[in-house]
Design a protein around this ligand. Sequence first.
Ligand code: HEC
Length: 134
Amino acid sequence: MKRLLVLSLMIVLPSCASMMNSHRMKAAQRKMLDTRKLQQAGQWDEALAMAERMHASVSKSITSAPAQKTAGGAEVDLRPLLAGWTNGSFAELKTALQKKDARHSTHAFASLRQQCINCHTVLGKTQVQVSEIP
Ligand code: HEC
């Protein structure tokens, strides 16, 4: 009985973590679009706060399951990719929002979205659709 419980937990828990992460990634996507909306409306401070919330969603998703398998079966540690995203296009977006720079923001959103896609590509998750930045 106990063994059965352990066994079923072993089956349920990983898929549970994956569901949480799928949920967090979808939330990140929503927050990315919300950040853009706020930025375009000229609500710079709110946009910056929303950008931080987007970052938290991506970051929690990755740090809760940093070791992932690529489609080819190789193990990858996603933390360096997360750090690259944080220090690269995300930092660029934050700077643009802090400076209330619309032109630079548009550019930063495009490279941010591309860096989201890069991580999925590394994993071979080519089925993941990341929304276009309006
Ligand atoms: C460092 C790697 C990494 C970065 C950066 C990243 N993702 Fe993901 N993304 C993943 C992984 C891993 C999954 C699969 C999660 C799961 O289902 O377990 C995923 C899944 C998704 C999904 C599919 C969710 C579903 O189940 O329908 C969407 C949408 C998504 N990501 C959007 C984004 C957006 C938007 C960004 C940037 C703001 C982003 N991702 C940045 C690794 C990343």
